[in-house]
Design a protein around this ligand. Sequence first.
Ligand code: ATP
Length: 487
Amino acid sequence: MAHRIHAGGAASYPLLDPWSHGIGVIREVWSCWSELDITHIGSLVAIAGVVPTAWRFLQRTCTETYGWIRRCFVASVTIPGGDPLNRSVVQWILSNRSRHYRSFTGRTEIGSAGVDRAATLRKTRHAVRYSPHWDTKWLWYRGNAIHVVRAAGNCGVSMSDPSYDGIGGEEITISCFGWSAEPVKKFIEACREYADRETQFFVIIYARDRYGLAWKPKARKPIRLLETVHFDNQLKQELLADIRNYLDPRTQRLYQSRSMPYRRGYLFYGPPGTGKSSLSLAIAGEFGLDLYEVKIPSVATDTDLEQMFQEIPPRCVVLLEDIDAVWVDRSNVQKNDHEGNHVPNCTLSGLLNVLDGVGSQEGRIVIMTTNRPEDLDRALVRPGRVDTKVYLGNINRKSTEEMFLRMFSPDLGCSSQLNMDEIQELAVEFASHIPNDTFTPSSLQGFFQLYLNSPHDAVSNIGEWVKRELSKQPDKEFEDVFNERKI
Ligand SMILES: Nc1ncnc2c1ncn2[C@@H]1O[C@H](COP(=O)(O)OP(=O)(O)OP(=O)(O)O)[C@@H](O)[C@H]1O
């Protein structure tokens, strides 16, 4: 390339004058283009026009080939978002993810157990919870390549739900190569076993999602042992035997052979804080059942209530808490309306229908709890809907001793270093201060919370506490309208 000479006659080298060199390059490119044959330009334009069409064609061919391969060589199983199986599969996938996983969903931790208490009191500093995020996954399971795809359309709905914990919630499709879906079914079975192992020490509590459209796992609570719910031991054993007998498959056959509806209903009633909810949770844990919470005031119509009950699986506990706050004796409805009590949107007959109407499902345990049994409509508590009524009342001396032992048991790491015999002695002394059938177990639990590390302090302060509480207590007695045995 010849270097241009400036008017001054001195040679200007590119190193010394990059600007003039740049212009030179442009000139040369232009001269090159200007020498191009017009037919070459036409060909280039034609090629540029064809490229998008070719690209679209290639894409369509790929999609169709993929669809054809899927139809001919891929077997798959699709699991809906709300199904418990969905959660089991996703749990398995997440627990088997690589240690260096790098995609997460971040969400503000609101109102969950275990968060820093100081943080919950401040408005702005909630902890952030990170859960693994994925759309599609390849896995190797027992010699088979398994492909799991999460439905993208539904993902957003779950993601925008504040209670979403990143597990399940959207439809997934699990596929494998081959004519048979057997490898996928085996994989699903493994996920189920894994989930069962993971949850064997927990009760899964299901509640309706915030749109009222589907059941969603709301909480996973550690199993509460029945020994930790203190009430008459004989009654406890009778209740357990009744439920065990009901859940026995032979009982189901007996019911069916006699054309009797296979259902069992319980009413737990008594003053507030006597363990009605705790007992329901303990029963679910004892028999390995999930617990479905039905909040009648938030059910919009009878049809919604029916839909809810139809979607509840057969072997589970359905809990209708504080049923008195919802439906009272029909003769009292007017009075309660004037007092401003909440009147639910669905009707009493709607509830009666789902409990034992013609279309109602069989095989589950329905537990209703109430503080005001005298207000309940008799149709709601008649045999068939409520087969056993259990009265949970104030605590007696025996249960007080048991509660003391549970609170200060040496295996719980109480710093007092007392052995079991010493604790036993203190328990008897402590219980001697508690008048029978006067205090609720929850109020006693409140007292224990003040002295969790010092059984001696608990014993020395109980007398004073009893006097104080007795002076505060109203004379009002709880009315046991069903005259069941007091606990
Ligand atoms: N019988 C009991 N044995 C052990 N703990 C109990 C018992 N009753 C109540 N408690 C304790 O008191 C608290 C409240 O109990 P729970 O909610 O089960 O009572 P409840 O009868 O359902 O009350 P409410 O009628 O107000 O819903 C719980 O923390 C529970 O541990």
